[in-house]
Unconditional design. Structure first.
Length: 305
């Protein structure tokens, strides 16, 4: 005679439970986890889009020319007029117009310098990480030597030897970016070169050129592109520092750093003359850093893994 415990166990095994056979065997659907996006990310991309759009459409916006006086010198911000919305500088020129036109200089130079530095640095870093040996040692030595030189002194030396202009700043900022991308590309190349698909490509007779450009480069582009906004943010600060020292874009062309330098003597009585371009630099650099962090977490496989 069976015990009550075994009777209960057999009854539990024989009972199929509620629901049809399809409902019991169907796999439960679990919705995929969605990562909540921060409000700062949306605000950062919105600010960057607004600045880029305003800089691109500056000629058609209802703004005065950046060199044309629109009122008395050092007027405080006045919401009634677009040109006087952020006040005027020491010559009566619209601060909003000069900040919008100055965005062209800062964003264009820093974007070009970042892209050129990324292209040259990525190429050298890929060669160092893939070929290794003496090529790797030589390229690492070059990157270490460039990183050891103080960035501000390099920019000041170029501006003193060459004529201060947009092209001079572009050359100097590009030189600052190259060693950073050399190290980043080399580290990623070393990681990807050890993968099985690279070994398979070698065994199939693929040339080094094909492996570099067809196999490695597409896998390096996400991490390099995600790091580019952070580099651009640093370049904007460097360009502003150089213009503040009077070695940047020559007047009358506006730049954010030059506007800060022009208004530094009257910051005690008219702080808005300095705070307005400073706010543009701060918001743009902050937005680029937020965008760079977001892109890194989304596209950098090393962080996700």
């Amino acid at each position: 005679m069976s015990s009550p415990e075994r009777t209960a166990e057999h009854a539990q095994e024989d009972d199929p439970g509620p629901g049809t056979e399809e409902e019991r065997t169907a796999r439960p659907s679990v919705p995929p986890a969605r990562r909540a996006r921060s409000f700062l990310v949306y605000a950062a991309f919105s600010w960057l889009g607004l600045v880029v759009l305003a800089a691109a459409l500056a000629d058609v916006l209802p703004l005065a020319a950046y060199g044309t006086p629109v009122g008395a010198p050092r007027l405080t911000p006045r919401p009634g007029s677009l040109n006087l919305l952020l006040g005027t500088d020491q010559l009566g020129r619209s601060l909003l117009a000069r900040c919008v036109y100055g965005a062209r200089v800062s964003l264009l130079i820093c974007a070009l310098a970042g892209l050129l530095g990324a292209a040259v640095g990525a190429g050298l870093g890929m060669l160092a990480g893939y070929l290794q040996g003496r090529v790797d040692a030589l390229i690492r030595l070059l990157a270490d030597a460039m990183l050891a030189f103080p960035p501000l002194l390099l920019l000041l030396a170029l501006s003193s030897v060459l004529t201060p202009s947009a092209s001079t700043i572009l050359i100097g900022l590009t030189l600052l970016v190259i060693p950073t991308f050399i190290r980043l590309a080399r580290a990623n190349t070393l990681s990807w070169a050890a993968q099985e698909f690279i070994t398979a490509a070698r065994n199939m007779g693929a040339s080094d050129r094909r492996i570099l450009w067809r196999e490695l480069l597409p896998n390096l582009l996400p991490s390099l592109g995600a790091y580019l906004p952070v580099v651009m943010a640093a370049l904007i600060v460097a360009e502003g520092s150089l213009s503040f020292l009077g070695m940047g874009i020559p007047p009358p062309s506006p730049s954010w750093g030059g506007m800060i330098s022009d208004g530094k003597d009257s910051i005690g009585e008219y702080p808005h003359v300095v705070f307005v371009p400073t706010a543009f630099i701060f918001l743009t650099v902050f937005a680029l850093n937020q965008a760079g962090d977001h892109l890194r977490h989304r596209f950098d496989r090393g962080l996700r893994d």
